[in-house]
Design a protein around this ligand. Sequence first.
Ligand code: SF4
Length: 353
Amino acid sequence: MTPHPNGHPHAASFDYSVAPRRIYWELTRACALACKHCRAEALHERLPDELDRDEAFRVLDSLLQTKQRPVVVLTGGDPLERPDFWEILDHAKSIGLHVDVAPSATAKLTRATIMALKEHGVGAMSLSLDGGDAELHDRIRGIPGCYDMTMTAAGHVAEAGIPLQVNTLVTAETLPCMSEIGNRVAEMSAKRWSLFFLVATGRGSDLPQITVDQAEELLQWVCEIGERMPFVVAATEAPMIRRVQLQRQGKPADAPVPGAGMRDGSGIAFISYRGDVTPSGFLPLVVGNVRDTDVIELYRDSPVFRALRTPEHFGGRCGVCEYRNACGGSRGRAYAHSGSELGEDPLCAYQPA
Ligand code: SF4
């Protein structure tokens, strides 16, 4: 959610073997929208086994053990569905954590709520936009009126002065509309536009994937417009954008590039509503639970996470690719495609030398 191009204000000093740079925390699965393609397979009601407020506080306190304080991204479902959301946010801020929030564009996301998020110290916010107009966005999300609520909320976010990230799902259906959506993102005064390259998990399994050639063309386009747009243009679950950037700049594979080495399980961890820890929201491999083990410990020591930070052990093209340290492929997509989180990312067009 933060607009920093590397995803963290102190990115350069991060050692991914010590702690994640970003922790995505699904505070609840409850959401008034429950969109067709939701990763969380969100529900209208909260589930009884959510972490409670005291457990949530303990998770936050546990992040202070390392000097590399992760950014905490409160997501869902809709995190605003939790009555104790504000207490959790305040506790995180009171102990000095950087907190971003990913709310859903619902009737709950009023001007007053957005102003309160600013007052309570939220660092950045994100909103989803999957179409350049109401017809496409509402059809894809399956929620009439969602587009209008999103655009209205974006206006309030700009007024509050909270940096806004807009997330757009890339599927065969949205691909032809990317340019138009980019224009809307500019109108929303966003600081960052992140194109999410579909991972076929959750309800997203039914959506039409783009082809390998289309993915390559889109990544080139993202790099190209990123040089002239007034906001950062990024790709989520498409770390091969770093390979494309290096190639475009004529730089060697080991040259520095924003976000290098960050992928599911490497710089990223995910906590589910009931405390299960996985390498990301798109890689459903549970390595433990924060109810009995510290999230930093699970991130640092679990064999799954350690393997995800060792790209020379990846299979297929990713394992032999000269860009594997900077990129390494989407581990979530490798898992969804082959059942192995260490397999190759099938959406990459590159053939290693
Ligand atoms: S082959 Fe794998 S590591 Fe190499 S650029 Fe493609 S996705 Fe990245």
